[in-house]
Design a protein around this ligand. Sequence first.
Ligand SMILES: [Zn+2]
Length: 204
Amino acid sequence: MEYPCRFQNPSATTQEIIPHRVFAPLCLKGACQETLLQLVPPCLSAAHRVLGTHPFSRLDILIVPGNFPSLGMASPHIIFLSQSVLTGNSHLCGTRLCHEIAHAWFGLAIGARDWTEEWLSEGFATHLEDVFWAKAQQLDPHEAQEQQELKACLRWCRLQDEVRNSPEEMQVLRALPSDIFLVSLARKKLTQGRFQDQILHLTF
Ligand SMILES: [Zn+2]
């Protein structure tokens, strides 16, 4: 599917926060209102301050069950977030949201040719999640650098553990058939429905 390019559109260049909606089961309405909905505007605004024009004109965030294979996934106009990020403090939710927002530029506007190059998109999104999140939290440069270095150290330890403990064929990024099916199903539901509230119930 083709999406119109917004980078040459003068009204899009100044739009810090694109229109957004959150879709979640009713039982998570409170958690979404307390955590996620507060974080979307500062994270979108931080992304705009760093990278400029948002590549897509609107954003729907769909909360998926905790057994979803990852904490998040980005697709044009849709971010899938695991309900697991809604628990605890806002740090996990904020960083994951920033990561998926970054994929609008790296992974969607510009994408890898195939899964062998997907690590490039992941690398940019992982770096930018720290940059966006530091801005969204309004950290001073010294605090931002400290947080970034700590996270880099934790990621390095985790990567070493994963490489050590995973068989070689599991160390390659690839699409799961269940992810592809879920994206097409969610697209259908979101484009066919008429939603009056920001939150609604979806049956998984
Ligand atoms: Zn990613």
